[in-house]
Ligand binder design. Structure first.
Ligand code: AMP
Length: 142
């Protein structure tokens, strides 16, 4: 398996070199909206520690990611009036991984509504900003 590339786009977001629509942060993780969401509220949860994917992250670092994933799923479900939540993680190209810093996709699902294909439509930045602010407010103190 390839090693961790410090120039991947999520590493740049962690270093503050690229902006993101932040919804949650603690000492161990950062969560922000996917800019090409497969459904409204599509959020990515990443560890601050470098990890390419599920195959190389330490158990301790993954526990922090799992905790935050649960928090975000529980906050997003009522906020987006979703019928369910889908959690997805891709490891290595054959699975569909495109960005090589571990991320959990937290995706609100709606009865009878198909997901958009991955990374197709760039969302309206104003809509993302509004959704991120609402989600961040719901997660305040969590
Ligand atoms: P994956 O196939 O699991 O590696 O998915 C990578 C995800 O990152 C896709 O859903 C992209 O839409 C998303 N993405 C790529 N660049 C950015 C970015 N700068 N900010 C937020 N999401 C991004």
């Amino acid at each position: 398996m390839a090693t961790y590339d410090t120039n991947n786009i999520f590493a740049k977001i962690l270093r503050g070199e690229i902006p993101c629509f932040k919804v949650y942060e603690n000492d161990h993780v950062l969560a922000f909206l996917d800019i090409m969401p497969r459904a409204p509220g599509h959020t990515l949860v990443i560890p601050k520690a470098p990890a390419r994917n599920l195959l190389d992250i330490t158990e301790e670092d993954f526990v922090h990611v799992a905790r935050a994933t649960r928090l975000i799923a529980r906050a997003a479900m009522p906020l987006f009036d979703a019928d369910g939540m889908m959690i997805v993680q891709f490891s290595e190209p054959a699975s569909g991984q495109e960005v090589y810093h571990l991320h959990m996709h937290v995706i609100p699902r709606f009865e009878g509504v198909a997901l958009l294909p991955p990374a197709t439509v760039k969302a309206d930045m104003a809509v993302l900003a509004e959704q991120a602010a609402k989600l961040a407010a719901a997660l305040k103190g969590a």
